[in-house]
Write a protein that binds this ligand. Structure first.
Ligand code: C5P
Length: 224
């Protein structure tokens, strides 16, 4: 009998896109399907963790045994995460969070005007949820923070830099551009020792490999 790698661990995961309203029926979103985040939630649960999934709008079933909190906007995702992150052992930011929200969203549906002038949208930058969580890491090192990067070029160079900039121990790079909505993916893990490539596979296989890599790193930590 082998102990499951995340037995007794609490894991919080963000997944999917966010949706930033323009008016009651329109908004700005992105092509994240949520498949990778949901696969990781399933894999973490299989590995024995207590899993909380904070999810943007996606059409995927909740993985068995996973607690799911649905949100729409980046601000709601931020608030849900910050309200629940205390006591988590691992935080994995997989969501494709909108960088900007519309500050002058209309309460009523916007109408076309006779002169054809489009609405003037004003934007404000959203908080970086992963950075906000990383800023709460206690002296004991919890939660162990994992981030994702979906760069369209030069992932190897950007990946290491992004890990440093975000101040997190592990960053997962998606090898794009064809990852959003796909069932397969290729990822690179960046940590303090360098990077390792996980060969192209379906997202659940990669999620299980990632969970096992996270489990190994937590094990090493608890030995320190
Ligand atoms: O900086 P960039 O958006 O490329 O970083 C991507 C990583 O940061 C992902 O893990 C994503 O979930 C997280 N992120 C976040 N909040 C944001 C923007 C990105 O948690 N506002």
């Amino acid at each position: 009998f082998q102990q499951k790698v995340l037995a007794g661990r609490r894991v919080m995961i963000t997944a999917g896109p966010t949706f930033e309203p323009i008016d009651p029926v329109r908004g700005i979103t992105n092509l994240s399907s949520g498949k990778m985040g949901y696969a990781i939630a399933r894999a973490a649960r299989e590995a024995g963790a207590d899993v909380t999934l904070v999810s943007g709008p996606v059409s995927l079933p909740t993985p068995h045994g996973v607690r799911r909190i649905d949100v729409l906007t980046a601000q709601q995702m931020h608030d849900a995460v910050m309200a629940g992150v205390t006591g988590q052992h691992v935080f994995i930011g997989v969501a494709a969070v909108a960088d900007w929200r519309v500050v002058n969203a209309s309460d009523q549906k916007l109408k076309k005007t006779p002169d054809g002038a489009p609405p003037a949208l004003e934007f404000a930058q959203n908080a970086d949820i992963l950075a906000s969580v990383a800023a709460t890491v206690s002296l004991s090192g919890w939660p162990y923070c994992v981030g994702f990067a979906a760069e369209s070029e030069q992932l190897e160079a950007y990946g290491a830099a992004k890990r440093e900039k975000k101040g997190i121990p592990l960053l997962v790079g998606n090898i794009g551009p064809q990852t959003f909505g796909q069932d397969d993916n290729t990822i690179i893990l960046f940590d303090e020792h360098g990077h390792v490539l996980l060969e192209r596979a379906d997202k659940l296989t990669l999620a299980r490999q990632l969970v096992s890599e996270i489990g190994k790193r937590l094990e090493q930590r608890s030995l320190l």
